[in-house]
Ligand binder design. Structure first.
Ligand code: BTN
Length: 251
C-alpha cells in the first residue's frame, strides 16, 4: 500500500491482540509517532463505548487504532471525535456509493444499523491532550453477525450487495481520517458543519439520551462549537450533551 500521508506511514499488523487501542496506547506512552496504525485480524478483548465489548472475530471486520498527538486543549477533543465519524462516512460513501448516517457522536449507520464504531481515548495533562488513540471497528465483509448484535449491526457487503474486503477499504479510510483530523485542528467549524449535513440526528430529531445526569427526552437543535449535542427537552429547557447514549424516540 503506497500512501503519501502520515497516517499509516507505519502500520503494525498483528494476528491477535486483546485490543488495538490498548496496544497503541502503550506505544504512544513510550513516544511512538503520530500516525502509526496498529491493526489486528482479531481482538480478544475489543472495547466499545460505555464499557461495552466490541465483538472482534477474525474474518471480515476491520479493527485498528491510530496514534494522534493533537496538542489541543481538552475542550477541542469533541470535534476530533466528530471528525473521525465524518471521515468514516465520507470514505464509505466513496467506496461503496452508499450514504451513511451518523448518530451522535460518532456511530456510523447504514439503513439505521451500525456499520462502524469509534472509540477515541485520550491522555490529558494540564488541560492539554498529550496523545489520543483513535480506535475504529468497521464491519466490512460480514454476511452474518452473532445473535446479540444481529438486529443492530450491518456491513458494507450486506448494504452494497458487493463483496468488500478490509484491505481494499483501509487505504482510502486512512486518507480520509487524516484529512478530517487536520480539519478538526485547523477549521473545526467546517467539521461541525459537515457532521450536521451528514447526520439525520443533528436537528429536529426526537431523542432520548442516557447520560451521566440520567435520562432526558427532547428534540435535537444542532451542535455547540465544542461538538456537544443541543437538546430542547420536552419541558422547554436547552441542554448541551457532552457524553451519553442517544436513541431515537417514537413520537
Ligand atoms: C463503539 O462502541 O461504537 C466503539 C467501538 C470501537 C471498536 C474499535 S475496534 C479497534 C479498537 N480497539 C478496541 O478495543 N476498540 C476499537
Amino acid at each position: 500500500m503506497s500512501r503519501s500521508g502520515k497516517f499509516g506511514s507505519t502500520i503494525l499488523r498483528f494476528d491477535t491482540l486483546e485490543s488495538t487501542n490498548d496496544y497503541a496506547r502503550n506505544l504512544a506512552a513510550s513516544g511512538e509517532d503520530e500516525g502509526t496504525v496498529v491493526i489486528a485480524r482479531r481482538q480478544t478483548r475489543g472495547r466499545g463505548q460505555h464499557g461495552r465489548s466490541w465483538i472482534s472475530p477474525a474474518g471480515h471486520g476491520l479493527y485498528f487504532s491510530v496514534i494522534l498527538r493533537p496538542q489541543v486543549r481538552a475542550e477541542g477533543f469533541g470535534v476530533l471525535t466528530l471528525g473521525a465519524a465524518v471521515a468514516v462516512a465520507e470514505s464509505i460513501a466513496a467506496f461503496v456509493h452508499l450514504k451513511p448516517d451518523i448518530k451522535w457522536p460518532n456511530d456510523v449507520l447504514i439503513s439505521g444499523k451500525k456499520v462502524c464504531g469509534i472509540l477515541v481515548e485520550s491522555a490529558i495533562e494540564s488541560g492539554i491532550v498529550r496523545y489520543a488513540i483513535l480506535g475504529i471497528g468497521v464491519n466490512v465483509g460480514q454476511t452474518i453477525f452473532p445473535e446479540e448484535i444481529a438486529g443492530t449491526a450491518t456491513s458494507l457487503t450486506i448494504e452494497s450487495g458487493v463483496e468488500t474486503r478490509t484491505e481494499d477499504f483501509l487505504p482510502g479510510l486512512l486518507d480520509s481520517l487524516e484529512l478530517w483530523y487536520r480539519r478538526s485542528l485547523n477549521e473545526p467549524a467546517g467539521v461541525l458543519a459537515r457532521w450536521q449535513e451528514l447526520s439525520s440526528y443533528a436537528r429536529g430529531c426526537a431523542v432520548r439520551v442516557f447520560g451521566p445526569d440520567g435520562e432526558i427526552e427532547g428534540v435535537t437543535e444542532g451542535l455547540t462549537d465544542q461538538g456537544a449535542l443541543i437538546v430542547r427537552t420536552i419541558t422547554g429547557e436547552r441542554r448541551e450533551i457532552f457524553s451519553g447514549e442517544v436513541s431515537l424516540r417514537k413520537l
